[in-house]
Design a protein around this ligand. Structure first.
Ligand code: AMP
Ligand code: ZN
Length: 492
């Protein structure tokens, strides 16, 4: 099914298809590795993960390139404050970033490109711009892009730049919305700063040129899709377009996707407001990685996401429901045959799920289709109106759901354990929820043994002992569910 995706450049839903008829070439701006990733960053990376997974489910191979910005103003400032070289400073956050992506089940892009490993390509691009008269060097040896050289500047963010001052310059990587000025391509080294020698002089690249050079290095001068969070639209993406299209004379990316911001309790997330969360903060509070994944993708990417702890609790419940349902299907003993109503429901859910995602990645509609199916199937199973071929029709629907959402298959314990190991190693054990520590002290074998002992105690009518075991397990975050088929347990 062809994905129709909102294109910031055209202002409408456009079909997203590979121009070369083979693979979809996409570039996503990656993290600036000066700190641990926060849940806002991960919302953007997760929505892009939903996109690439849906493309693949629809039979479209992807060539996805993501950069790592491992040199910029903030990195230089922080590394120098810590008294270490920038490579040493960024390594811890690069490693943490990939560990976090793994915890959230975000697929690794086909190509990861680090800015510091592509300096020659950036310098060459600046040289090309200089030859075209679109870049100039200032007295200190820095290079700037001449905005007047690109009359289409503003076409992505639809900014009116009529008041633009010719020759006014800005040299910081990030700047205010209304200051469209000549921007830095290359910065001359200040005392003590990391610098690279290149044909255009000694210095380091500006943030914007990084992405232009690396995108074109791996995807060609013109490619299908460029993505990032909404804050990148201006100036970062606008500047990427200006540099790239001036240098090549052809369209840079045909399609632009921007993910709306995550807010916390309706407000901008910020450290000073005390509402700032990294992924690790949430894992250490005892939330499961799968619940965080679902909470961050449940709202379609073109809506701001208001993150609350209630939304995490809801996501946890939704995942429990799906996992219990899947166990019910795979472990259940059904009569041979089929129910026409169930067959119809499975077909409809599958079609609605795909149509939801094809419509600008509407994850909310796609999920609603699946939960409707779960509800109908649970009722049919309760009423013994559910048969082997119904199970066989529904399992592939769940499989396709999980090919994109990836929350049913349970690998949460591993992510939690890694977060705990990290907290222990970095002296943050005080941030860990007490029941999480207690729960980790219980191995699965120990839980099984206690559950068996409790069953035996109940049989022997030793209710004091059976209740004591239930209480002990509950205190350690293990919940017991008595059912007709025996006792099931799960970690909270
Ligand atoms: P950075 O590491 O700051 O370069 O950001 C990495 C990605 O996260 C970029 O695509 C940003 O646009 C995105 N991002 C940053 N803050 C938020 C937020 N609050 N909500 C959603 N995306 C964000
Ligand atoms: Zn970028």
């Amino acid at each position: 099914m062809t994905l129709r995706l909102y294109n910031t450049l055209t202002g409408q839903l456009d079909a997203l298809e590979p121009a070369d008829g083979t693979a979809l070439r996409m570039y996503a701006c990656g993290p600036t590795v000066y700190d641990y990733g926060h849940i806002g960053n991960f919302r953007t990376f997760l929505e892009i993960d939903v996109l690439r997974r849906f493309l693949r489910l629809s039979g479209v191979p992807v060539r996805h390139v993501m950069n790592i910005t491992d040199v910029d103003d903030k990195i230089i400032r922080n590394a120098s404050a810590a008294g270490v070289p920038i490579g040493e400073y960024t390594k811890q956050f690069v490693d943490a970033f990939f560990e976090d992506l793994d915890a959230l089940r975000v697929e690794t892009p086909e190509t990861i490109a680090r800015a510091t490993e592509h300096i020659p390509q950036m310098a060459a691009l600046i040289e090309k711009l200089a030859q075209a008269g679109a870049a100039y060097k200032t007295e200190d040896g820095s290079w700037y892009f001449r905005l007047k050289a690109f009359p289409a500047y503003g076409k992505l963010s639809k900014k009116d730049l009529s008041g633009m001052e010719d020759g006014a310059r800005v040299d910081v990587d990030e700047y205010e919305k209304d200051s469209a000025r000549d921007f830095a391509l290359w910065k001359a080294p200040k005392a003590g700063e990391t610098a690279w020698d290149s044909p255009i002089g000694s210095g380091r690249p500006g943030w914007h040129i990084e992405c232009s050079a690396m995108a074109m290095e791996y995807l060609g001068q013109s490619f299908d899709l460029h993505c990032g969070g909404e804050d990148l639209m201006f100036p970062h993406h606008e500047n990427e377009i200006a540099q790239s299209e001036t240098a090549t004379g052809v369209q840079f990316a045909r399609h632009w996707m921007h993910v709306r911001f995550l807010l916390v309790d309706g407000r901008k997330m910020s450290k000073s407001e005390g509402n700032f969360y990294t992924l690790r903060d949430l894992l250490l509070k005892g939330f499961k990685a799968s619940a965080i994944r679902l909470a961050l993708i449940a709202v379609p990417y073109r809506h701001p996401l208001n993150f609350t702890f209630d939304s995490l609790t809801d996501a946890t419940k939704a995942i429990d429901r799906l996992r219990t349902f899947k166990t019910r299907l795979t472990a259940g003993d059904f009569d041979a045959g089929e129910s026409p109503a169930m067959q119809e429901a499975a077909k409809k859910a599958h079609a609605d799920f795909l149509a939801g995602l094809a419509n600008d990645l509407n994850t909310a509609d796609a999920m609603a289709a699946i939960f409707e199916l779960v509800r109908a199937a649970n009722t049919a199973i309760d009423q013994r109106q559910f048969f082997t071929r119904d199970r066989d029709a529904i399992l592939p629907v769940l499989r396709d759901f999980d090919a994109v959402f990836d929350v049913v298959d349970d690998r949460d314990a591993e992510a939690t354990r890694r977060a705990l190991d990290w907290a222990t190693a970095s002296g943050r054990i005080g941030d860990v929820a007490p029941e999480l520590i207690a729960a980790q002290s219980l191995t699965d074998d120990r839980i099984e043994a206690l559950v068996a002992e409790r069953t035996a105690a109940k049989k022997a009518r030793n209710f004091a002992r059976s209740d004591a075991i239930r209480t002990e397990l509950a205190e350690k975050g293990v919940i017991l569910e008595d059912s007709r088929d025996g006792v099931r347990w799960k970690r909270k």
